[in-house]
Design a protein around this ligand. Structure first.
Ligand code: S3P
Length: 428
């Protein structure tokens, strides 16, 4: 449980948000299947990425993790060995789906489980195509729900059109494709984050990208790398919103990843009239990076729908908080995917923000928020979802009275020092 008081003197100062979650997971997994020692700096030591480390250790890979520095002793694809224990992914959908793609081609048996949230999340979006490629996978609901049992083996390439724009689906199939016969192609309806494509290339893999189609040839090996992980824009998003809505604020966020497949939050803030600037734009280790500066802003409502949705899918809980402070209506559509995240984020965002007095309604594929509204203190619940917990804490910074966030320990999944950063910025 955590209690957040209204911030009256503004949020001011400079912070470095923790490493990108998507890139941290991939660096460990790709390091594990590569030949040689992969070193990672800026790694996110959040619970999700620690689950990935734990699983790959159980698969026989030696991994040394010291805070944000990690060393992975890869021994090539053949270096993965049959685990004697179950592989526990904790709360992490990325670990589950990407690892399944790797396990699909390994000639051994394994069992994948996770927490109560993972047990509800749909896995047939990856297990169906992986089965079509030749992997034997079973689990509850005909292989849709954990616990899942996998017997990998000789797989064949597939030309797969995904119904959802999901980097987890795309990555899982491409990873299996690397050890399958022939070519594997994934086509998605909108572009999802492309960290897999970028990092596979850095590890020496040929990846062919043609619009929404990505292909890899089977039989490709990876070579170990030094990976520098930028700050996570999905974590920065909480302070971008806080800086825009808390009076008298100016926050500098250093070294944030600004890969265009992730920057929907920047577009939305600018569309809503936020005072947001990017400085020092550079490319670090194949990923665009910048320093961001946000100040208290006059905001107007907006419409968020279509292609931009996958570019800000994880930021919608905190965008809802932002919208409560904007003049007029904000409409979020085409975001059904929110229903299958760590919680049903349409339901959890709407129910928790209502407790603070927000004017917000759920729709079938998103939500409608009317502002501006003076939020008020109350007790809310993260429902075990890190991003709901953080969004509510940011709402607490502007609510009259204090906001108590129950189950706030879930925040350690992606942002272990989140409350330290709120305190640092409010003391300046
Ligand atoms: C992720 C992709 C997204 C995102 C998740 C991380 C990734 O999920 O919500 O937090 O690292 O590939 P989907 O690709 O399933 O939308």
């Amino acid at each position: 449980m955590n209690k957040v008081e209204q911030v009256t003197g503004g949020l001011n100062g400079t912070i470095k948000v923790p490493g990108d979650k998507s890139i941290s997971h991939r660096a460990v997994m790709f390091g594990a299947i590569a030949e040689g020692t992969t070193t990672i700096e800026g790694f996110l030591p959040g619970e999700d990425c620690l689950s990935t480390i734990d699983c790959f250790r159980k698969l026989g890979i030696q991994i040394d993790a010291q805070g944000d520095k990690v060393k992975v002793e890869g021994k090539g694809w053949q270096g993965l060995t049959e685990p004697i224990d179950i592989l526990d992914v904790g709360n992490s959908g990325t670990t589950t789906r990407l690892m399944l793609g790797i396990l699909a081609t390994r000639p051994f048996h394994s069992v994948v489980i996770g927490d109560a949230s993972i047990a509800k999340r749909p896995m047939s979006r990856v297990t169906d195509p992986l089965r079509q490629m030749g992997a034997e996978i079973d689990g509850r609901d005909n292989g849709n729900l954990t616990p899942l049992s996998v017997r990998g083996g000789q797989t064949k390439g597939i030309d797969y059109t995904s119904k959802v724009a999901s980097a987890q689906v795309k990555s899982s199939i491409l990873l299996a494709g690397l050890q399958s016969e022939g070519v594997t192609t994934v086509t998605e309806p909108h572009l999802s984050r492309d960290h897999t494509e970028r990092m596979l290339r850095a590890f020496g893999v040929d990846v062919d990208v043609n619009g929404l189609k990505v292909s890899v040839k089977g039989g490709q090996d990876l070579t170990s790398q030094h990976v520098i992980v930028p700050g996570d824009i999905s974590s920065a998003a909480f302070f971008l919103v806080a800086g825009a809505i808390v009076p008298n604020s100016r926050i500098v966020l250093e070294n944030v990843g600004v890969n265009p497949t992730r920057t929907g939050i920047i577009d939305v803030l600018q569309q809503m009239g936020a005072k947001l600037e990017l400085f020092n734009e550079r490319v670090s280790n194949g990923e665009p990076v910048a320093d961001l500066v946000i100040s208290t802003s006059d905001l107007r409502g907006t419409e968020i729908a279509g292609d931009i949705i996958p570019r800000l899918i994880d930021e919608i809980p905190v965008i809802a908080v932002l919208a409560t402070q904007a003049q007029g209506k904000t409409v979020i559509r085409d975001a059904e995917e929110l229903k299958v995240k760590e919680t049903n984020r349409i339901d959890t965002v709407v129910s928790e923000l209502k407790k603070l007095g927000a004017n917000i309604e759920a729709t079938g594929d998103g939500m409608i928020i009317e502002g501006p509204v003076q939020l008020k203190g109350n007790t809310v619940n993260s429902h075990g979802d890190h991003r709901i917990g953080m969004a509510m804490a940011i709402a607490g910074c502007i609510a009259k009275g204090s906001v108590t966030v129950e189950n706030s320990e879930a925040i350690a999944v992606s942002y272990p020092n989140f409350f330290d950063h709120i305190h640092t910025l409010s003391e300046k």
